[in-house]
Design a protein around this ligand. Structure first.
Ligand code: ZN
Ligand code: ZN
Length: 350
């Protein structure tokens, strides 16, 4: 049986923290269990999952649907799209059987790339490699998740780019159904005349909008979320604070201005794996906490303050004023009951 290799390449950068990562994880499970009910897909589709942030790694090698187990998704800092593309090309070389003299090889592989941010590395070399050596024998479908995704870069990679509005009501369900149907359709059509051309399932245009090469880009935004990393004082385990950009239009008879800042989206537990997935990228600039609105409790111990700053430049959780030990540098500290002063804290790249 010739296999239809499908690579899911997932952006697991910090901007995906919270609902999106959880839904993506759940979504893969739903896609696989739905595809299993389709005999044609069950016979042909082999699925691989690749994740990327500051590094790119294969979480699941090509696997038939019956044996496939949805992986837990990691999280890291950075959106190394160039690295991810290089990785998937290496994986195509390693895992996909090319047609030879005495064998038919696998069907044309399909790569689904999902990203919600802007690349933090160089994409040009990987893009040339893709166009020169892979574009003729593999299909690439890029899905821009939300308005911060870099649509122009995605469109320079492939003609198949879709903009997924992750804020649309029921959007994720539509997205999961679209992906399932697209893979399904591809498994039905292989071997048919004219099947060399990729056809994707139709999706609700309010949720998934195709970006044609001819059309204009949908207005995006340069503004990102702000993510900060701290450690729990009690358990020393890391957590991630995410703030989403918020713009408040203020209009009076005399003037109209827009105030902007970052509003708390949540505080999420991390594992030590986070630092490995962030690669060598490290911190990306600084954010002033005066621009950050709202707070969230420590997901490990429930301490109400999660932006207490040590002299070593790292954040920790805190119950309130008093003695504390920095979980990063082990320094003994004393926090005085002072008013909320703005201070510069380390900002990770999304
Ligand atoms: Zn804590
Ligand atoms: Zn410290």
């Amino acid at each position: 049986m010739r296999r239809l290799p499908v690579f899911l390449v997932l952006d697991v950068s910090e901007s995906m923290a919270g609902d999106n990562l959880f839904r993506l994880e759940e979504g893969i499970g739903t896609i696989v269990s739905t595809l299993r009910t389709n005999p044609q897909a069950l016979d042909t589709v082999w699925l691989s999952v690749i994740a990327f942030a500051g590094i790119a790694e294969t979480l699941v090698d090509l696997q038939d649907l019956a044996a496939f187990r949805a992986p837990a998704l990691p999280m890291g800092g950075g959106t190394c799209l160039g690295l991810a593309l290089d990785h998937v090309m290496n994986e195509i070389d390693r895992q996909v059987a090319t047609p030879g003299r005495d064998r038919k090889g696998d069907w044309r592989p399909i790569v689904y790339l999902f990203t919600d941010g802007k690349p933090t590395d160089q994409v040009a070399a990987a893009r040339s490699r893709w166009h020169d050596h892979y574009a003729t024998r593999a299909d690439l479908v890029a899905v821009a998740i939300g308005r911060y995704a870099d649509q122009a870069t995605l469109r320079s990679l492939t003609e198949h780019v879709l903009l997924f509005d992750d804020t649309a009501p029921g959007g994720f369900e539509v997205f999961v159904r679209w992906l399932t149907e697209s893979v399904s359709v591809q498994s039905q059509r292989i071997g048919e005349p004219g099947s060399g051309r990729l056809s994707l399932a139709k999706a609700d245009p309010n949720v998934m909008q195709p970006l044609t090469t001819a059309g204009a880009l949908v207005p995006g935004s340069d503004q990102d979320c702000v993510v900060l990393v701290g450690r729990c004082q009690g358990t020393a385990r890391p957590y991630l604070l995410k703030y989403d950009r918020e713009t408040l239009p203020i209009a009076t008879d005399a003037f109209s201005i827009e105030l902007s800042g970052y509003r708390i989206a949540g505080c999420y537990p991390l594992t030590e794996d986070y630092f490995r997935w962030s690669g060598a990228g490290g911190a990306g600039g600084s954010a002033n906490t005066a621009d950050l609105m709202g707070g969230a409790a420590c997901p490990h111990c429930g301490n109400p303050i999660t932006v207490a700053l040590c002299g070593c430049g790292k954040l920790m959780c805190l119950r309130g004023p008093g003695e504390a030990t920095c979980p990063w540098c082990r320094e003994d500290l004393r926090f005085a009951p002072s008013a909320d002063q703005g201070f510069d804290v380390e900002r990770r790249q999304g």
